[in-house]
Design a protein around this ligand. Sequence first.
Ligand code: FAD
Ligand code: 2HG
Ligand code: ZN
Length: 483
Amino acid sequence: LKRDPKYAQVTEEHINFFWRLLGSESALIDGVTKDATDDIEPFNADWMRKYRGHTKLVLKPSSTEEVSKVLKYCNDNMLAVVPQGGNTGLVGGSVPVFDEVVINMSRMNQIRSFDDVSGTLVADAGCILEVTDNFLKEKNYIFPLDLGAKGSCHIGGNVATNAGGLRLLRYGSLHGNVLGIEAVLPDGTIVDDLSTLRKNNTGYDLKQLFVGGEGTIGIITGVSILCPRRSNAVNVAFLGLESFEKVQEAFKEAKGQLSEILSAFELMDSYSQDVVYQVTKNNRPLESEHPFYCLIETSGSNSDHDNEKLEKFLEHVMDKNIVSDGVVAQDATQVKSLWGWREGIPESLGYWGGVYKYDVSIPISELYGLVEETREKIAGAGLIGGSDEHPVVSVVGYGHMGDSNLHLNVAMRRYDKRVEALLEPFVYEWISKRNGSISAEHGLGLAKKKYIGYSRSDTMIRLMKQLKDLYDPNGIMNPYKYI
Ligand code: FAD
Ligand code: 2HG
Ligand code: ZN
């Protein structure tokens, strides 16, 4: 990949403009043309430390008008930009590739309004997910999305990636929950579509282009989102199972018997749990070990009713030998600690060095086959061992079983070309043959840019490019990424 010379380099004149507009506190520079104002390295490196850009300028606008002025100036001066939220994305989309200007949204972090009858929240894009959910908690509502990076990711970043997370099974995708969007196009146009209506069939639903657009056509500055009531009865069960067939049976039974109160059904293989154990040394939830584990969460309004349902379900799946062992959290602390065995997987996997990550949708019956085949392939090549010569620490599978979304992760002592050559394009071909998706919920970013053709036809890619050219004719928005 080469820097495209059509983009301008940041000059002292540009910096003077941004300083006048935003103040030096909100326009951080790496001291090339002026003295460094701050350490901008964190804005150049992604969460996995796999991708690293070389920006010299980070802008932190604090209003939609400022975003509009910044983008118009960049567009007029051919300065390429990267929108950045909490920088927790897992496909290298949120950091520059070369010297693109980072537009970081952390200063736009105000809740604008909340209607406690309809549950509609209107908020700035830079609100942190957990902070927003805590605000909603006080009103007895819940954000319709939850994920392990909640303490840092922004709701604008969540919408820009169309993040799925742990409760999509219950609350559905952001394509349904986002009611309105305020965004800025590269020419400075403010797209004011911050509707709070549930129903609005008046022509093309253009806001959907920004949901999952990964910052390639504009910057989201505000979102309006439909939030459900918070359930006052939440139960979590952690189960051990002997095969992936049994996991599928348990899922079928959970849908049938827990139906309307089922709020999460997560899968973890034994390898993923071994990794969490090795890193955290926490006491394991179950006494014995099993090839597979599931975390089931129910959320309802009546704890007696929910407890009875969950107990009956557990009795049934144990009697029928579908589940070998299980534990139900007795209080909020245990709920948190059981969730830790699932939510803590990505962080624990990063303990040794690098992680190759594949976030894929596969027809459910074949979901775990990819992990088994990948593990065999890597073991066959003698690369497992966690040493310099045998750099693979573990090949693990986990994910959102309820959405047929698998996370295949290969934990490494360090990134290694031999392993990479075994994994790619093998994984993508495997998925394509089964009509799966090479990106279920994380997006394409830089990581999967070359592979979009495994999941999208030439016609679909052409239509995407036409849209990109229409909204961003100069191509300044998040260049070098998937489109
Ligand atoms: P960033 O990482 O800053 O940006 C992501 C992309 O969106 C980039 O392309 C960026 O340019 C663009 N972008 C950011 N803000 C804006 C904006 N305001 N306007 C336009 N474009 C913008 N993802 C899931 O789907 N499900 C999970 O369960 C999940 N769990 C995770 C757990 C961990 C521990 C981590 C580290 C990540 C996880 N992710 C998950 C991945 C990630 O997509 C989410 O963390 C989150 O949605 C990204 O939000 P962010 O604010 O950090 O965005
Ligand atoms: C999760 O479900 C996230 O925990 C992260 O989507 C998955 O790191 C990954 O591959
Ligand atoms: Zn996930």
